[in-house]
Design a protein around this ligand. Structure first.
Ligand code: SF4
Ligand code: SF4
Length: 129
């Protein structure tokens, strides 16, 4: 009987408390500084040294020359482990970690991203062809 009383008091206490669960995706918490989410590429800064390709432990990034001093980046986010080694090692700051972590999709193709000078804002994404 003593145990039942204790249990009831615990239940009542829990009713009075704010829920511990997060309201995600309706409420999104701010990301901590240095958060490593979706990688994006700024084509206008790239000099095509391909250091990022050599450094990437997942072979998730490919840089291709598309015109004179113009380079395209293909980043397979389904292979990427978001270590940001490419971002840290790019001397031209042509790669950037964003705070976007909502990458779930029904197909891996949506995670194969291409960045080139056809994109209007440098961060446009389109599935790999
Ligand atoms: S993104 Fe940076 S590291 Fe990669 S090829 Fe371009 S300049 Fe070099
Ligand atoms: S974040 Fe890491 S795994 Fe992803 S592309 Fe850059 S180096 Fe490769």
């Amino acid at each position: 009987m003593k145990k039942t009383g204790k249990m009831v008091s615990e239940v009542l206490k829990s009713f009075m408390k704010k829920p511990a669960t997060e309201l995600y995706p309706f409420v999104k918490n701010p990301k901590p500084a240095g958060f490593r989410g979706r990688i994006i590429f700024h084509y206008e800064k790239c000099i095509g040294c391909k250091l990022c390709m050599r450094d990437c432990p997942s072979k998730a990034i490919t840089i291709t020359k598309v015109a004179d001093k113009k380079f395209e980046a293909r980043i397979n986010l389904d292979d990427c482990i978001f270590c940001a080694q490419c971002v840290d090692n790019c001397a031209k700051n042509a790669l950037e970690s964003t705070s976007d972590y909502e990458l779930a999709g029904l197909s891996r193709d949506s995670l194969k991203t291409v960045f080139n000078n056809e994109s209007v804002d440098n961060v446009a994404l389109r599935p790999e062809e």
